[in-house]
Design a protein around this ligand. Structure first.
Ligand SMILES: Cc1cc2nc3c(=O)[nH]c(=O)nc-3n(C[C@H](O)[C@H](O)[C@H](O)COP(=O)(O)OP(=O)(O)OC[C@H]3O[C@@H](n4cnc5c(N)ncnc54)[C@H](O)[C@@H]3O)c2cc1C
Length: 385
């Protein structure tokens, strides 16, 4: 006999693990299925650290969701009795008219969020690891910091299991079949009946959601870790997390020395280099490491010691670089979640709540109107051919 669940969650990365935990905590009978294992190297949810900040330069409309996300991260920590979120402040560095700086200021003004403006002299005094050009400034978001992705995924799964969720790893879902009496989830080793299904399969989302096949594009990202030359100035107490505008080279981000590997630096890039999610990640190449090496030497000289390691991770980009969180047009029992576009991790604590609302009630009070299939179609329609 096919086992029946109220909600099946396909994909247990950052998004699916948060969703199954929120649902299980509400007493819902859930099953979660993942093709691999928690926070594996082909997922988008590994690599020690993820940035979180409140004065969102991308768009001020994200701020209410972020406020809820912060609250939900603290709930997760309380339930786990473990630190997931560390506040270091986040520095957003660039010329005053760069999107990173002007967008942060706009968000902070609109939502009345605290922010400090630091000129190069003040940066040298307060945060000597950073080298600024004389025409640059830094905005310090005092509520920014970093999250531990592996611990968050594991933590949500642990709570879900203790609330009664069935968790299956090493099992790939091959089809989702809507029927009159529920939805059947078919995997390479079993079949499960569910009232509702949440699809949160990261860079593989197009395989199970044909409507996203051409629009959710996996790309590679490269990050490297460096042993600092001066370990004193790169501790989380002395070096905030940062994002930095580098003009035509795009933007870079980085973290203080959190673990033994040292300072981590990445470049938000590779947007025109789609990858096949079923192949191993493309290797880190010399151009990638050259760009990161030269960035850290110029911009964080005290951190630019030996490059200890580099790794690739995956973004799943949507056309508008926003998220998609919606019921599947044509079958409202299926909830689709593609909230990456390179900046989704910090939101996953609230996205889990949103997906639980959508699966149980078909709706949510949280503001997600911009993340619908309709909004995506509108964006595509307005885009120049
Ligand atoms: C280098 C890098 C840096 C980033 N930095 C930040 C940051 O600083 N701040 C921030 O907020 N965000 C950041 N992001 C984005 C963020 O990490 C992602 O948005 C988030 O991790 C996406 O999680 P996910 O659950 O959607 O995907 P994943 O973690 O990839 O999870 C999807 C899961 O689905 C499973 N799956 C796929 N297909 C199937 C199937 N058919 N059957 C069963 N299981 C399946 C996979 O095995 C996988 O475990 C970064 C991403 C990268 C790569």
């Amino acid at each position: 006999m096919t086992a029946h669940f109220d909600v099946a969650i396909v994909g247990l990365g950052a998004v699916g693990s948060a969703a199954i935990s929120h649902l299980s905590a509400r007493g819902v009978k859930t099953i979660g299925i993942d093709a691999y294992y928690p926070a594996h190297a082909l997922s988008s949810s590994h690599g020690d650290s993820r940035l979180i900040r409140l004065g969102y330069f991308e768009d001020p409309s994200y701020v209410p969701l972020l406020q809820r996300a912060y609250a939900n991260w603290r709930v997760l920590e309380t339930r786990l009795r473990e630190d997931i979120l560390t506040i270091t402040g986040v520095l957003q560095i660039g010329k005053p008219d760069s999107k990173i700086v002007s967008g942060t200021r706009k968000s902070c003004n609109l939502h009345d969020l605290p922010v400090d403006t630091l000129d190069p002299d003040e940066m040298r005094r307060r945060f000597p690891v950073f080298a600024l050009d004389e025409d640059e400034i830094a905005l310090l978001d005092p509520q920014g910091g970093y999250l531990k992705p592996e611990a968050a995924v594991m933590g949500y799964l642990k709570l879900a299991a203790s609330d009664g969720a069935a968790l299956h790893f090493g099992e790939k879902v091959t089809a989702i079949e809507p029927g009159d009496n529920g939805v059947t989830v078919v995997s390479d080793t079993g079949r499960y009946s569910a009232g509702k299904v949440i699809v949160a399969t990261g860079s593989w989302i197009g395989e199970l959601v044909p409507a996203l096949r051409d629009h959710a594009v996996p790309i590679k990202q490269v990050v490297s870790w460096y042993q600092p030359v001066d370990g004193f100035v790169t501790t989380p107490q002395r070096m905030p997390v940062f994002i930095r505008d580098e003009g035509e080279n795009g933007s870079f981000f980085g973290f203080p020395s959190i673990g033994i590997d040292g300072v981590k630096v990445g470049r938000h890039a590779h947007f025109r280099e789609p990858i096949d999610p079923n192949q191993p990640n493309p290797p880190v190449n010399e151009r990638d490491t050259h760009l990161l090496d030269s960035f850290i030497r110029r911009r964080l000289p005290a951190a630019a010691g030996v490059r200890v390691r580099s790794t690739t991770c995956r973004y799943t980009m949507l056309p508008s670089e926003d998220f998609l969180l919606d019921l599947l047009p044509g079958d409202k029992r299926i909830v689709v979640a593609s909230p990456c576009s390179g900046h989704g991790f910090k939101f996953t604590s609230v996205i889990g709540e949103i997906l639980a609302d959508l699966a149980l009630d078909g709706d949510t009070d949280l503001p997600i109107g911009a993340f619908s299939f309709e909004a995506m179609e509108r964006f595509l329609g307005a885009r120049p051919a």
